[in-house]
Each structure stands twice: as structure tokens, then as C-alpha cells.
Design a protein around this ligand. Structure first.
Ligand code: PNW
Length: 518
């Protein structure tokens, strides 16, 4: 070294060494900068793997359940039947294991143990639903069941005194049977029934409830309830009833929102949203991007476009395709009902947040020849859905693709000008019960990472709510699949709840307000 160093630098540090030193210091500081999350942008190659992914202060971590799936006490203390009571009691049974929600987790009796485990989890919010026919047995305010009202008052009180915010879903599928007998969601009057019921709930529980979800998954109500008939009320009327029901559900939702806006918001200062479900859609190999967009529009857009888009109304592609197919099938009107201009304005903007429920990813390709196969929602969409043999398939038939939530949240951000979003449901089903539920932990870890990344990209995600607090009655699947962070022993008269490994995992997330570095 000495021999090549020019004479004037002898005894001092040569510029080359300055450069080397500077380079080392630069590398060190960039490493510190990115891997402490300071400079992490969410870009995949800059992702910080080893350090906690912190969430915004006040982020709403939560878990969810629904009345019919957990409460039991189907005919106790003045509660009258809902369409799910009637449906699950049918023989032969439409439920996979022949079971019912008659007793379920017995939360009507053991709601205090629910609050205890919510506390253990450290969640900030508990999303549950009100059983309409428990508070208004015949569906109308003509008769109020005070014992039913008391149950929800007690639950809300218990939550608040333990520092947990209630997020209340008004309708999680259990329409009073009395209203079904008057035509249910197919009746034009249904929106008015729901408006009255909502007003009753805002009046009764509104002083203590700041987060409302009007409807849970109107897509499932319409398609599974009225196209496929696998859910109550079990109607199989493809391509006709689902659109009518969806139309009434949208009007019902907007009426509840407007009532709140006009009469309650000032005093109660809450937020009112709607929970919409969608898969993540990806193009099957050889398919074009437009099929992905069409799949999203027919699924999420059916309900989100009228509420969250700038122009309101159903997505153009739905109106065009259903009108065209209806005409070719010999109808002299479109099977998709239309909103008048007032209704379009009334529904547009009728939500303070979009609740997103999502569980899986589906490959989609273009269906070349749909008209000949007759009226159906699926044919109208001109989308073929298929599985990817390389992705993990859950017992619900849903496929797990790790970046799903991030992609859906990007679609929502672009399509609806970045509305506030709560992930109101996501979760992982098992068909065996096990306490070491590593697959569920993996699913949740990926989903939470996705939400964190979406936030770095600018998505306005306010909360993350896991389905479900505990195992419960899983609709057409009965008790054959389990979603719980807590296992429920359905043979035990006390319905003991036991934490799974995923409960401890989630507790860690809620305590740190962060996903630990992996
Ligand atoms: C949601 N699908 O249901 C519901 O909101 C919950 O009550 C339910 O327990 C949870 O997800 C798990 O299933 C869905 O067929 C049911 O696409 C069916 C579908 C989607 C969501």
C-alpha cells in the first residue's frame, strides 16, 4: 500500500479510503433506515421482514360473531322464529350435519364468558348482530320483547365496562318468520320494515353504540338464499329473485343510513356502514384482465357501486349484460330492476365506511356462451370460476392465496376513491378441531401483513376483525367446520370455550398493535 500512495498523502488517510469508509457508513445507515420500518414503503422488495409492522394508533382490532350462529335460546323469553329457525328445522335437513342453531354456543346464557374471552384477546371491538325476532318478535314495533332488549343491553354494558366497543350488525340473515310470511325480501315493503327496525335499534341501543353495520353480505342473502337456495329461505329462482332481493336490500340499507343521518348522528355521533363480501379474483391463464374486472363488478360492485361510486347506480356492465340477456331470453324488461333518479341519489354516499368480508381467491375466465343456458346470475356475469390446483383449498372450498386482501383493497381504493374500510370479516375454516391451529395462524399472519401493506400504499383501513371469536353454527355446514380462535365444546352443557394457539397469536397482535417481525 505504502508504495503506491502518493508522497503528499503519506501519514494521512488517502481519498480511496475515505470513499470506502463513506460507503460502509452509507450502507449501514440505509440498512438501519429501511429495516426499522422508518423508510419502509410497503414495496415488496423493501419490505421489512424482521421488524414489527406497526399499525396506526387507535386501529380497531376485533373479532366477530352473529346472533343465530352463537346465541341459541331460539324460542326462549319471548323470542319468535326467524327464517333460519324455520330453515334449519326442515326435514329432510338442508344442513350438512342435520344440526340447528337451537342451542349453538348458548351465548344467550353465557354472554359473560364471551366477554371474558374477548378481554383475554385484548380486542378493541366486538362485532355481533342483533336477532330481529328476539327484540321485535313479529318483526314490527307493534310488540317489543323487553327480555330480548335486556339481553342486548346487558351485553353492551358488559362490553363497555370492559373497554370493548360494540360494532352492531342489524341484519345477519335472520329475518323474522312473520315478515317472511308477508313476502320477505321479495316484498317491496321490506325496505320499510328494515327502516322501522333500524330506527328502533338506534333509539334503544344508539346511545351506547358508535359503530353500526346495516346488512351483512347482501350478496350472500341474494345469491345463496334466492339463486342457489342453500340458505334460508331456500328459494331457487336463478336470475330473477336474487336481483329483486338485492334491489330491496340496497333500498333498505340506504333508508337506515338516512334515518341515522337525519335523526341520530348529531346526538349519538356514530358511524354506519355495510358489510360486503367478495372473493379476490385473478385471471386464469390465457384470460384477459377485463374478466377480472367484470367478476369484481358483478360481485362487490353490485352492492358497492350504488353506494360508493361517484355516479351511483348499478355497475354499467351489469345493467348492460342483464338487459341484453333478458331481451334475448324473451323478457320485455330487464331482470335487473332499475332505480329512479331519486333512488340513485338516495343510495349514493349512504355509508360512512365499507365493511369488507373476504375469505379466498378465485380464478376467473370468460364464459363464451351464456345466453342459451337461460336466466341466471352466473350466466349474466359471463364468468367461469375455477380452482387453482396449486393453492391450498379449505374445507369450505375456498382457496388461500396469500396476497388476496392486498389486491382487493387496491381494487376498492382505485374504484371508489379510497373510502374508509373496516375488514369486518376474514378467517380460516378447519374441519377437525385442533388447538394447535397453525394453518389459521399462517392465514391470519398473511392477511394482517396484507392490510399493513395496503395501508402503506394509502388504503384507509381502520380495523381488522377476525371471523370468528369462537366455533359456531356455520349455516349450511352446521358444526362440521370451525372458524374459532376459541374452540367450543358442543357436547358440554356449559359450552366451554378454550383458546387455540391462534388466540395467543392474535392476543400478541392486539397488545403490540403490530404484527411481529417474521
Ligand atoms: C360469512 N359464500 O358467510 C358470514 O358473514 C358468516 O356468518 C360466516 O360464518 C362466515 O362468512 C364464514 O362462512 C359466508 O358462499 C358464507 O361465498 C358463504 C359465502 C361467503 C360468506
Amino acid at each position: 500500500m505504502r508504495t503506491i500512495m502518493p508522497r503528499k498523502f503519506r501519514g494521512r488517510l488517502c481519498p480511496v479510503w475515505y470513499c470506502v469508509l463513506f460507503f460502509i457508513v452509507w450502507i449501514f445507515f440505509s440498512w438501519v433506515f429501511f429495516y426499522t420500518g422508518e423508510g419502509a414503503t410497503g414495496d415488496d422488495n423493501l419490505e421489512s421482514w424482521f421488524v414489527d409492522k406497526e399499525f396506526p394508533e387507535g386501529f380497531h382490532w376485533g373479532v366477530a360473531t352473529a346472533a343465530y350462529q352463537i346465541e341459541g335460546a331460539w324460542n326462549k323469553d319471548g323470542k319468535k322464529e326467524s327464517i333460519w329457525d324455520e330453515f334449519a328445522h326442515r326435514r329432510p335437513s338442508p344442513i350438512k350435519d342435520g344440526s340447528t342453531g337451537d342451542d349453538a354456543c348458548m351465548s344467550y346464557d353465557f354472554y359473560k364468558s364471551d366477554v371474558k374471552i374477548l378481554q383475554q384477546l385484548g380486542v378493541r371491538v366486538y362485532r355481533f348482530s342483533i336477532s330481529w325476532s328476539r327484540v321485535l318478535p313479529d318483526g314490527t314495533t307493534n310488540s317489543v320483547n323487553e327480555q330480548g332488549v335486556l339481553y342486548y343491553r346487558n351485553l353492551i354494558e358488559q362490553l363497555l365496562s370492559n373497554g370493548i366497543e360494540p360494532m352492531v350488525t342489524l341484519y345477519h340473515w335472520d329475518l323474522p318468520l312473520a315478515l317472511q310470511k308477508k313476502g320477505g325480501w321479495l316484498s317491496k315493503d321490506s325496505a320499510k320494515w328494515f327502516e322501522d327496525y333500524s330506527r328502533f335499534c338506534f333509539d334503544t341501543f344508539g346511545p351506547k353504540v358508535k359503530l353500526w353495520v346495516t346488512l351483512n353480505e347482501p350478496w350472500v342473502v341474494s345469491v345463496i338464499g334466492f339463486e342457489k337456495g342453500d340458505h334460508a329461505p331456500g328459494v331457487k329462482d336463478p336470475g330473477v329473485s336474487p336481483y329483486i332481493v338485492a334491489h330491496h336490500l340496497l333500498l333498505a340499507h340506504a333508508k337506515a343510513y338516512r334515518i341515522y343521518q337525519q335523526h341520530y348522528r348529531k346526538l349519538q355521533k356514530g358511524l354506519v356502514g355495510i358489510a360486503l363480501n367478495t372473493d379476490n379474483f385473478k385471471a386464469a391463464s390465457g384470460s384477459k384482465r377485463d374478466v377480472v374486472d367484470r367478476a369484481f363488478q358483478f360481485h362487490l360492485g353490485w352492492f358497492a357501486h350504488p353506494i360508493f361510486s361517484k355516479e351511483g347506480n348499478y355497475p354499467g356492465i351489469m345493467m348492460d349484460r342483464i338487459a341484453m340477456n333478458s331481451a334475448m331470453q324473451g323478457y320485455n324488461y330487464s331482470r335487473l330492476p332499475s332505480f329512479n333518479l331519486d333512488e340513485i341519489q338516495f343510495i349514493k354516499g349512504s355509508a360512512d365506511f365499507l365493511g369488507l368480508n373476504s375469505y379466498g381467491t378465485t380464478l376467473v375466465s370468460d364464459d363464451p356462451d351464456t345466453v342459451k343456458r337461460g336466466p341466471s346470475y352466473t350466466n349474466d356475469s359471463k364468468v367461469i370460476k375455477q380452482a387453482n390446483p396449486y393453492w391450498e383449498t379449505t374445507p369450505m372450498g375456498w382457496q388461500f392465496y396469500p396476497d388476496a386482501l392486498k389486491e382487493i383493497l387496491a381494487w376498492i381504493r382505485d374504484e371508489y376513491n379510497n373510502p374508509p374500510v373496516y375488514v369486518t370479516e376474514t378467517g380460516f375454516p378447519d374441519d377437525k378441531t385442533m388447538l394447535e391451529d397453525r394453518a389459521r395462524i399462517n392465514f391470519l399472519e398473511e392477511s394482517i401483513r396484507n392490510v399493513w401493506e395496503a395501508i402503506q400504499y394509502g388504503s384507509a383501513v381502520r380495523g381488522f376483525i377476525v371471523w370468528s371469536l369462537m366455533d359456531n353454527f356455520e349455516w349450511a355446514m352446521g358444526y362440521s367446520v370451525r372458524f374459532g380462535l376459541y374452540e367450543v365444546d358442543f357436547n358440554d352443557p356449559k359450552r366451554t370455550r378454550t383458546p387455540r394457539m391462534s388466540a395467543y397469536f392474535y392476543q400478541n397482535v392486539t397488545q403490540k398493535n403490530a404484527l411481529s417481525g417474521v
